[in-house]
Design a protein around this ligand. Structure first.
Ligand SMILES: Cc1cc2nc3c(=O)[nH]c(=O)nc-3n(C[C@H](O)[C@H](O)[C@H](O)COP(=O)(O)OP(=O)(O)OC[C@H]3O[C@@H](n4cnc5c(N)ncnc54)[C@H](O)[C@@H]3O)c2cc1C
Ligand code: FES
Length: 685
C-alpha cells in the first residue's frame, strides 16, 4: 500500500504505511486466565504465546494497537545491544552475558518463526548490522566488543560497511534483521483476538491488584484473572521499587526518501548519544531512517533542535545524489526509551507481588527484548522453566556495577521535585501563552500548566505529576507535558501518554476576570472607539453640556432646541454603543475563550448589555418627548429638568430618561473600565 504523505509528517513511517485493527473498549466485568496490559510488541507477543499455550487472555490497551513506542520504533532486530557486551560481562559475568546473548538470538528466531507461522507480510529481511566509528578512540571500543562478542558465540567480523562516507572501523554482526513493526503488530493482534481471548482497546487500566484472583480495574469494567502481565513499556503498577532503577530518554527519528541503490544494513555509531540508521521500503522506493539525539525526558528545553541535529548529521554523510528532493525530510517523530541502571531489562515477577508480572527497561532494543520478555513471561505464567529467569529478575540489585549509575539517575527526583517549584514561571498571565504552546504560569498565587490550542482555547491543569509529584514541562515537539523525574508524559488535556503515571493531570478552572480572548487589532479599535463615542455622547447629554449648547441656541430658536440637541447626542451615543456591541459579538465568534469556565468578562458584558438596553429605552423616550415638544408643550427654560408646565405623560417620559440615563452612564463607565486595562488577567476558582 502506498500512502501520500505530507511534506514532513509527525506520524511515523510505519503508521503512514500500515492499516491497524480496532476493537472497541471493555464495557463490563469479565473473567480470564491472564490479563495483559498494553498492546505493543511485548503485550501482543506474550498474548499470542499464552493463547497458544491454552490460556484465555484479555489484552487491555489504553489507546489503540501499536499506539505506544512500537509504533515509533526504528525496528532494528539485533543482538548488538545499546549496552556493549564487554560492559554486560562486567555487570553480569560471563555466564550472565552468555544467557543474555542466547536470549537475544532466541528472540530474533522467534520473530522469524511467528512471521512464517502466521504468514505475516511485514517486509522482514535478514541483513547484517554494522557498529562503526568515525573517531580514533572508537576503534579500541570496537576491538574490545569484537573480542567479547566472539567469546559469547556471536558471529562478528571487521569489514568495510556499505556506507557512502568514510569510517575508522566497523564491526559486522551477521544475520540481524529488520521489518515493518506495525504490520507485524497488526497480524499478531489479529491472531490473538478470538477463540476465548480478546483485545479491548481504548481501555485504560487504572489499578492493578495482586491476589488470588487478581483484579485489573479499567475505566470500563473489572477483569478478574489468575495472572496479570504489565506490558506497558514503563510499568504503571510500580511507584517506587522499579522506578528508581529506570530512566526514560526521548529519542528522535527523521526519514529521507532515497534514490538509486539503498545501503542495505543496520548501522550504529559509537558517539553518545549514538546515531542509528536503516532503510525501509514502500511502493514508491526507499527511505533512509536515521535516529538519535536522545536526551532525558523533560530535560531538553529545545526538543526541536534534536531534528535539526539529525538533519545536520545526514547532510555531509549521504550525498544529495542518494537523497531525493529539495526538502528531503518526509517524517519526523520521537518517542521514549526506558533504560536500566545495569544495562539489561527487568522481566519477571513484580517485586513484592505473587501474580503480577512486569517487563521494562529495553533501551533501544525493544524488538528483541520485548520478544524475549514475552517468551519468558509466558513460560513463567505457564509454569515452565526458563534459564533466563534469574538474569532478568526485576528484584535484582547490582550494587557494585550499577551504584554510580543509580545515583546519577536518581538525583533527578529530589532535584527536580524541589528546584522546579522555585523556578520563575514562564508566564504571568494567560496572554503569555501563544497558540499551539504550553507554559507554566503562576496565577492567583498558584502554579498552572496552561495550554492554548490552535483555535485559541485555553486549558488549565495542575503541573504536579500524578506519579510522584514533580513539576511537568512543556515539550514543543511532541506537544505534551513531560515530567523530568521518571519520564511521565501527559497530553495537553492532561491524559496520560507515557511513563509510570496512571492518573491524568488534575484540571483547574480559571475564572477570567478580563477579556482573555485574542482580539484582532481592528476589532479592538472599533470596540474601544465605539465605547468612547457612546460615553462621550452620554456625558454630553447628561452632564449639562447639552443644555449649555441649548442655552446658546435657545435665543435663536426657542422651544425645540433642547430636546432636539439632546436627542442628537443620545443617537450618537447609541451609535457608538452599537459599534462597540457589534465589535464585541464579532470578537466572541472569532476566538473561543478559556476552557474551564467560560465566565469571560462576564461582569463587563453584563454592564455593557445594561447600558445598551437603557440606551435604547432612552432613545425611544427621547423621540416621544421630542414629538410632544414639537407641539410646544415642553417649556425650554426647564431644559432637561422636569418643569411644572409638563404634562403628566411628558413628566413620566422625562423621569424615565433621567433614571435610565444615569444608569446607562454608570454601566457604560463600568464596562469601559473593566474592558480596557490589563487584558488577560485570570484568577482561579
Ligand atoms: C525512536 C525509537 C527508536 C527505537 N528503535 C529501536 C530499534 O531499532 N530496535 C529495537 O529493538 N528497539 C527500538 N526501540 C525500542 C522499542 O521500540 C521499544 O522498546 C518497544 O517498542 C517497546 O515495546 P512495548 O510493547 O514494551 O511497549 P509499547 O509499544 O509502548 O506498548 C505499550 C502499550 O501499553 C499501553 N498502555 C500504557 N499504559 C496503559 C494503561 N494504563 N492501560 C492500558 N494500556 C496502557 C500503551 O498505550 C502502549 O500501547 C526504539 C525506541 C524509540 C523510541
Ligand atoms: S514524578 Fe515520576 S513520572 Fe513524574
Amino acid at each position: 500500500m502506498h500512502v501520500q504523505i505530507p511534506l514532513v509528517s509527525t506520524l511515523s513511517l510505519w503508521q503512514s504505511t500500515a492499516p491497524l485493527p480496532g476493537y472497541g473498549p471493555l464495557r463490563s466485568d469479565i473473567e480470564v486466565d491472564v490479563a495483559v496490559i498494553g498492546a505493543g510488541i511485548t503485550g501482543l507477543t506474550a498474548a499470542l504465546l499464552l493463547k497458544r499455550a491454552g490460556q484465555r487472555v484479555a489484552v487491555l490497551e489504553a489507546r489503540t494497537v501499536g499506539s505506544g513506542v512500537t509504533g515509533f520504533t526504528t525496528a532494528h532486530i539485533t543482538e548488538a545491544l545499546d549496552t556493549r557486551w564487554f560492559r554486560l560481562i562486567k555487570n553480569f559475568g560471563r555466564d550472565g552475558a552468555g544467557i543474555a546473548a542466547r536470549s537475544q538470538r532466541a528472540a530474533i528466531e522467534r520473530i522469524s518463526a511467528l512471521i512464517a507461522e502466521e504468514e505475516i507480510e511485514c517486509q522482514f529481511r535478514r541483513l547484517p548490522g554494522w557498529l562503526f566509528t568515525e573517531e580514533d578512540r572508537g576503534v579500541i571500543e570496537l576491538e574490545q566488543e569484537a573480542e567479547t562478542t566472539r567469546a559469547l558465540g556471536l558471529h562478528v567480523s571487521f569489514a568495510e560497511p556499505p556506507l557512502p562516507f568514510p569510517v575508522k572501523a566497523a564491526l559486522r554482526f551477521d544475520d540481524q534483521a529488520q521489518f515493518q513493526p506495525l504490520r507485524y503488530l497488526a497480524a499478531l493482534a489479529t491472531a490473538v483476538h478470538g477463540g476465548g481471548s480478546f483485545i479491548a482497546d481504548r481501555t485504560r487500566v487504572v489499578d492493578v491488584e495482586d491476589g488470588e484472583p487478581c483484579r485489573v480495574q479499567t475505566e470500563g469494567g473489572t477483569v478478574v484473572c489468575r495472572d496479570i502481565f504489565v506490558a506497558t513499556h514503563s510499568p504503571v503498577n510500580d511507584r517506587l521499587l522499579l522506578q528508581t532503577k529506570l530512566s526514560q530518554y526521548r529519542s528522535y527519528v527523521v526519514t529521507v526518501r532515497g534514490r538509486g541503490q539503498s545501503p542495505a544494513g543496520l548501522f550504529w555509531d559509537t558517539v553518545d548519544p549514538y546515531h542509528y540508521v536503516r532503510t525501509a521500503e514502500d511502493d514508491g522506493g526507499w527511505f533512509l531512517v536515521v535516529g538519535g539525539a536522545d536526551h532525558k525526558v523533560g530535560q531538553n528545553p529545545d526538543t526541536v533542535a534534536a531534528y535539526r541535529h539529525l538533519r545536520d548529521w545526514i547532510r555531509p554523510r549521504f550525498s544529495t545524489s542518494m537523497l531525493q528532493g529539495k526538502h528531503p525530510v518526509e517524517h519526523e517523530w520521537s518517542a521514549q526509551v526506558v533504560e536500566t541502571v545495569d544495562g539489561l531489562p527487568y522481566v519477571g515477577r513484580n517485586p513484592t507481588n505473587g501474580h503480577v508480572w512486569v517487563a521494562t527497561g529495553y533501551a533501544g532494543n525493544g524488538m528483541t527484548h520485548g520478544t524475549m520478555a514475552a517468551i519468558l513471561i509466558s513460560d513463567l505464567i505457564c509454569g515452565r522453566r526458563n534459564e533466563w529467569a534469574d538474569l532478568y529478575d526485576p528484584a535484582r540489585i547490582k550494587p557494585v556495577s550499577s551504584f554510580k549509575e543509580w545515583i546519577r539517575e536518581n538525583v533527578d527526583y529530589p532535584l527536580h521535585f524541589v528546584a522546579d517549584r522555585l523556578k520563575r514561571p514562564a508566564a504571568r498571565s494567560v496572554e503569555d501563552v501563544p497558540r499551539g504552546e504550553g507554559r507554566i504560569a503562576e496565577i492567583a498565587g498558584e502554579r498552572l500548566a496552561l495550554h492554548r490550542d490552535e483555535a485559541g482555547t485555553l486549558t488549565a491543569l495542575s503541573p504536579v505529576c500524578t506519579h510522584m509529584g514533580c513539576e511537568v514541562r512543556w515539550n514543543p515537539d511532541a506537544r505534551s507535558w513531560d515530567c523530568p523525574c521518571h519520564g511521565g508524559r501527559f497530553a495537553p488535556d492532561g491524559q496520560v501518554l507515557d511513563g509510570p503515571p496512571i492518573r491524568p493531570l488534575r484540571r483547574k478552572k480559571l475564572s477570567i476576570t478580563e477579556d482573555v480572548r485574542k482580539t484582532d487589532p481592528s476589532t479592538a479599535i472599533v470596540r474601544r472607539l465605539g465605547l468612547a463615542v457612546a460615553l462621550g455622547g452620554m456625558l454630553f447629554g447628561k452632564l449639562g453640556l447639552d443644555p449649555a449648547v441649548a442655552v446658546i441656541k435657545r435665543r435663536r430658536e426657542r422651544g425645540r432646541v433642547v430636546t432636539q440637541a439632546w436627542t442628537r447626542w443620545t443617537i450618537l451615543g447609541a451609535a457608538g454603543m452599537m459599534a462597540a456591541a457589534l465589535a464585541r459579538v464579532r470578537e466572541n465568534f472569532a476566538a473561543p475563550g478559556c476552557q474551564g469556565t467560560r465566565r469571560v468578562s462576564l461582569a463587563a458584558d453584563t454592564l455593557f448589555a445594561i447600558a445598551c438596553l437603557t440606551g435604547a429605552m432612552n432613545l425611544v423616550c427621547g423621540v416621544l418627548l421630542t414629538r410632544t415638544a414639537k407641539g410646544g408643550a415642553v417649556p425650554i427654560e426647564t431644559g432637561l429638568r422636569s418643569g411644572p408646565a409638563m404634562t403628566l405623560r411628558q413628566r413620566r417620559l422625562h423621569r424615565t430618561m433621567v433614571v435610565g440615563g444615569w444608569t446607562q452612564l454608570a454601566a457604560l463607565a463600568g464596562a469601559l473600565a473593566l474592558q480596557s486595562p490589563s487584558q488577560g488577567r485570570a484568577s482561579l476558582i
